[in-house]
Structures are given as structure tokens and as C-alpha cells.
Design a protein around this ligand. Structure first.
Ligand code: F6R
Length: 614
């Protein structure tokens, strides 16, 4: 997740680039940088760790003149967030500069080859390897820059959107994409390039969306030229942007929460990118590989988190115990930190946090560290306090989550934790190779399957109206879907202010069934797996007491469809992955009920996005 922007024309490039970076800052904000060619033909690169504002302070006394430039806001993947790893990156001769969004999977092999040729590297990034490869190819093969870019990209495995600036061609930008977005804006004698149209829309409504494996050359005096990396000419297709500036912050959605719900196919692709290989038969998590022995020798895993992140931790308990056969305890950080828990130096503590700043989780980590445990964090915000104080970890790469009710961060946490459980299970030999392969393959299908669930949004919005006056809700689920029931209830509570409780379905008859009446909507998460038949019986018990049942079922489930009052279908998947699909309708139900009740969906009362106090 990075933001890239470029400009060539008659105007001063710097203010356009900086404004563009601010618009793209939601894509990452651990460092920012800009490269410009000044009137004297010199290529200047300026970078700063932190947000775009830090870059602006840094360049106040620098030469930011020029009518051509590129700029980048980074969401760290390879290499920690620091100035050296910030983009743009120079080539060896400092004649070329590059910005990149994506991951070059085979960068270490390419780097080794270039090192043998005498190339040196100033950063830990895969991006620097690419710009060096482009320069090496150009010098070695004696070709023009575009050909060098094509040849270099033919050697690359992975995802990229890149823009290259060449000091010797101060009117030209060369860009390319595969798997990461790239848009060209066509102005009057000027061109813009960006990760999405948000930095472009105030200058022009004419855009070209670059396709995978296309290389585009934009020169201020000429038409846009597009060729594939295999050198097939393409005819640029100019499209008209249908968006207004005011819509941009929410990307056209009425609320950040809805935008974030709909982003999930993409955010989960981002969470898996560079971790699940292109053949979709292997997971490689660097945090696990670097600490393999700690995980394999762990006598126990303690998961600590708060709220929605705690629900993701509960799902992880099912997956880790099933695949890795290591006992797992899931602890509310706020309880764990004060209850004098028994912690051993052989324990692995997994701390989960979207913001990376939750005070209770930080304190729980501190306590576990004092007892010598190994701390692994699952976090969304790069460079936040929790990953900084942890021994190792895994970023979820869901992108900035602005809606206070967590949605896309939750599913990204579940994906990261599932990948970790699979890695431990495979290495321990407690998970069969066939089962491992089946789940890894299925993980790759999850974004498309979520897309299918999102297709039912209008229907869910209609039915939500029927429940706007309900005073209470019950959510039920079993196994992997018990935490989903808890999460559905939390979503409804926090944004609609309707009281809701989540229970394991079988616990109904130990008390909560007394609440069932025709006034009580009961949401039952019942995909066809695990204890399905038992859940069907639970639904019968509710119907016998006149409860109103809303069931989340697997596609084609004729049995529950006949008993429940309302049914939402999700595609079939591996049991451990069902939460990634079943939670989507629950997010949408909560959202639409809150909207009909005219609640402040993105900023519900009494809540804050990052809970930095006890
Ligand atoms: C609910 C929600 C909260 C957070 C909790 C932990 O939608 O967002 O329950 O999950 O405050 O926050 P993080 O994950 O930032 O530690």
C-alpha cells in the first residue's frame, strides 16, 4: 500500500505533487519523498520519514523547482520505515529515480546478480533493486530507457506500479503496472500519473487506466504511448472521470465504514500479496521464518487484544489449535495485565491491534516481556508503538481504517493469523500437506467470494429497515463462527446503539433462551460445516418460541432457508475461512440499521478509533 504521483507540463510540479500525496496519504504514511528535475537539468530527490507534512517541513530550504517530478507516500513492505527506505530511489549513477507500489517477490535473486556486477545498495527495499536493474539493462544492452524498463520487468516476479524519471530526458515519464493501480490524467499540454484518480480530478476529467503489463510513456509535447512489456503496441483508451472533488475522501461512499466494508476484497489481496506465492501453494511470513524455533518450541500461545481484535484472536485460537496443536489462551488485554497471569519464557504472546496504540494491549505486552515471553504482534499501522515494542510481527496491510467500527482491519487480522497458523502447522508436521495446500488455494479465492457477498448489499439494506425499532438482538454461532457472532453483535451495538449479545449457539438453553419472543431478532451464523446439524436444531428451538431468525448460510442451503425468516447466502469455503465470508453480512446489517436510525456511523458516540488510555 503506497501512493504514487507524477507530473509533467508547464506548471511548477512540486505543489501538484504534494497535494497529490496528501490525497493518497490514506494508502500509507510512514515516509514520503519527491524527485524533481530543475531548470538546470539536475535531478533532486528529497525524502523524509513520517507523513507528507514531515516532507514539506524538510524541503522548506531546498530546491523544489521544476516542471516534471514524481512523488511517493510509503506503506512499508520491504525494509523498515526510515529515510533510506523511502522512495524515490536513485539508480547507481543517480541519473534515474523510481517510485514503486507493490512487491518484487524475486528481488533477492536480482539483487545478488546486480551485486556481482558491482552495483551497491543504500536501502533494504525491493524497489531500489528494480531501478538498478533498469539502469544495468540499459547500459548492458545499449537500449533506450523504455526498452530497458520492458526488459527489466520481464525478469520481475511480483506486483508493481512504477514511475521512472530520467535526468537525461527532462520531458518524459515512463510508468508501468502489474497488480497495482495506475491512472494517467490528460490535461492541456500536461500529464498526471497517480495510484488513483484522487490527485488528478481537480485538473482534468480525462483519464487512461493502465492495464497489467503495460508500459506508458508520457512526454509533455507528445501523445501518450502504451506498449506491453512484450512490446505490443496498445491504443490508449481515454475515459471520462465521473466523480466530484467532494466525494473523494470517502471514495464516493456515503461513509468511510461502507467504503471500508467494500474495500475488503482488495485489502485482503494486499494482506496476502508477497506472502502467498504466485502459484498459490506456499505461504512465506518473514516474522515466522525469522523466529521459527520460538513458534515450534512454544509450549503455549497466549493471544492478547481488545474489542474486535480480540474476536480475531478467538478465531486464531481455533485455527492454531487445529493446525499446530499448540494450546492457545485468548485474553482481554485489560484483564491480563492486572490478573497476575502465569507467563513462562517458553510462551509465545501474540498481540493483535489495528491501531498499534491500544494502551491495555501495550501494557499486556510489557508484562509478558518482563516474564521473558516472546512477543509477536499483528498490527495494521506501520511503525506504531505495539510493533515497535514487539520482538517480531506481521503487518496486516489493510490500509488506514478511518471508520471507528473496525471492518477491513478485522478480516485482514483473520487472514494474517490464519496464514501464521498454517505456517506453524506445516513446519510442525501437524497439518497434512494436502490440507495445507487446499486452504492456501482457498485463501486466494476469498477476495472474489467476498465480492459475491457484497453483491447482496441492496437486499440487506432493504431488510435492515424492518429491524430499525428492535430494542435487542441475539447473535449465535459455533466453532469458528462463534467469534463472528460476537463481532456481529459488537458492530450493531457500537454504531446503531441497539443492545446486542453474542453467544455460542449451544449456550442458548443454559439461560438466554428465556429472552426469545416474537420481539427478539436472532442472527444465526450457520455455514454448512462443523456442527451444522446442531445449529439447525438451535434454530428450530428459537422458531418454536416465535423468535425471528436471520440466518447466514452456505449457498444452496435448502434446509435453513425453509425455517428461517430471512436468509443471506455466502459461498462455500474451507471451515477455517468461513468467518471471512460470514462476517460481511453482519457488517452490512449493522451499517444499514445504523443508517436508517440516522446514527453517526463513522464517529459513533463515546468511541474513539485508537484507545490510548485505560
Ligand atoms: C470495534 C473496534 C474496537 C477495537 C479495539 C481495539 O469496532 O474497533 O473494539 O477493535 O478498540 O483496537 P486496536 O485493534 O486498535 O487495538
Amino acid at each position: 500500500m503506497c501512493g504514487i504521483v507524477g507530473y509533467v507540463g508547464e506548471r511548477d510540479a512540486y505543489p501538484i505533487l504534494i497535494k497529490g500525496l496528501h490525497r493518497l496519504e490514506y494508502r500509507g504514511y510512514d515516509s514520503a519523498g519527491v524527485a524533481l528535475i530543475n531548470e538546470a537539468g539536475k535531478l533532486n530527490v528529497f525524502k523524509a520519514k513520517g507523513k507528507v507534512a514531515e516532507l514539506e517541513s524538510f524541503v522548506t530550504d531546498k530546491d523544489t523547482t521544476g516542471h516534471i517530478g514524481i512523488a511517493h507516500t510509503r506503506w512499508a513492505t520491504h525494509g523498515e520505515p526510515n529515510t533510506a527506505n523511502a522512495h524515490p530511489h536513485y539508480s547507481e549513477s543517480e541519473r534515474l529515480a523510481i517510485i514503486h507500489n507493490g512487491i518484487i517477490e524475486n528481488y533477492s535473486v536480482l539483487k545478488a546478480g546486480l551485486t556481482q556486477e558491482g552495483y551497491t545498495f543504500k536501502s533494504d527495499t525491493d524497489t531500489e533493486v528494480l531501478v538498478q536493474l533498469i539502469e544495468y539493462t540499459q547500459v548492458d544492452r545499449q537500449v533506450d530507457l523504455r526498452t530497458a524498463v520492458q526488459l527489466a520487468l520481464q525478469q520481475v516476479v511480483g506486483a508493481y506500479a512504477i514511475v521512472v524519471l530520467d535526468q537525461e530526458h527532462p520531458d518524459t515519464l515512463i510508468a508501468a503496472r502489474k497488480g497495482s493501480p495506475l491512472v494517467v490524467g490528460i490535461g492541456d499540454g500536461e500529464y498526471f500519473l497517480a495510484s488513483d484518480a484522487t490527485p488528478i480530478v481537480e485538473y482534468t476529467d480525462k483519464v487512461i487506466y493502465i492495464d497489467d503489463e503495460e508500459v506508458v510513456t508520457i512526454n509533455k509535447g507528445r501523445d501518450v504511448e502504451i506498449v506491453t512489456i512484450g512490446n505490443v503496441q496498445k491504443t490508449p483508451e481515454i475515459k471520462r472521470l465521473e466523480m466530484s472533488l467532494s466525494q473523494l475522501e470517502k471514495g464516493g461512499y456515503p461513509h468511510f465504514m461502507l467504503k471500508e466494508i467494500f474495500e475488503q476484497p482488495r485489502t485482503l489481496t494486499d494482506s496476502m500479496r508477497g506472502r502467498i506465492n504466485v502459484r498459490q501453494d506456499n505461504i512465506s511470513l518473514s516474522g515466522f521464518i525469522d523466529n521459527r524455533e520460538r513458534f515450534l518450541n512454544a509450549k503455549r500461545i497466549i493471544i492478547t487484544a481488545c474489542g474486535t481484535s480480540w474476536h480475531a484472536g478467538l478465531i486464531a485460537m481455533y485455527a492454531i489449535e487445529e493446525f499446530a496443536r499448540i494450546p492457545v489462551e485468548v485474553e482481554y488485554s485489560s484483564e491480563f495485565r492486572y490478573r497476575k497471569p502465569v507467563i513462562d519464557k517458553d510462551d509465545v504472546v501474540i498481540a493483535i491491534s489495528q491501531s498499534g496504540e491500544t494502551a491495555d494491549t501495550l501494557a499486556a505486552i510489557q508484562l509478558a516481556k518482563e516474564h521473558g515471553a516472546f512477543i509477536f504482534s499483528i498490527c495494521n499501522v506501520v511503525g506504531a508503538s505495539i510493533p515497535r515494542v514487539s520482538h517480531s510481527g506481521c503487518y496486516t496491510h489493510a490500509g488506514p481504517e478511518i471508520g471507528v467500527a473496525s471492518t477491513k482491519a478485522f478480516t485482514a487480522q483473520v487472514v494474517a493469523l490464519t496464514m501464521l497458523a498454517l505456517c506453524i502447522g506445516r513446519e510442525k508436521g501437524t497439518l497434512s500437506p494436502d490440507k495445507y495446500l487446499a486452504i492456501v488455494r482457498e485463501l486466494g479465492q476469498i477476495p472474489d467470494k467476498i465480492e459475491c457477498v457484497l453483491g447482496q448489499d441492496k437486499r440487506i439494506a432493504e431488510f435492515a429497515k424492518m429491524f430499525m425499532y428492535a430494542q435487542n438482538f441475539i447473535y449465535l454461532g459455533r466453532g469458528y463462527n462463534y467469534p463472528v457472532a460476537l463481532e456481529g453483535a459488537l458492530k450493531l451495538k457500537e454504531i446503531s446503539y441497539i443492545h446486542a449479545e453474542g453467544y455460542p449457539a449451544a449456550e442458548m438453553k443454559h439461560g438466554p433462551i428465556a429472552l426469545i419472543s416474537s420481539e427478539m431478532p436472532v442472527v444465526v451464523v450457520a455455514p454448512r460445516c462443523g456442527t451444522y446439524e446442531k445449529v439447525v436444531s438451535n434454530i428450530q428451538e428459537i422458531k418454536a418460541r416465535k423468535g425471528r431468525v436471520i440466518a447466514i448460510v452456505t449457498e444452496g442451503d435448502d434446509l435453513i432457508s425453509k425455517i428461517a425468516d430471512f436468509v443471506i447466502e455466502v459461498p462455500c469455503t474451507e471451515e477455517c475461512l468461513t468467518p471471512l465470508l460470514t462476517v460481511i453480512p453482519l457488517q452490512l446489517i449493522a451499517y444499514h440499521i445504523a443508517v436508517v436510525k440516522d446514527r453517526d456511523v463513522d464517529q459513533p458516540r463515546n468511541l474513539a478509533k485508537s484507545v490510548t488510555v485505560e
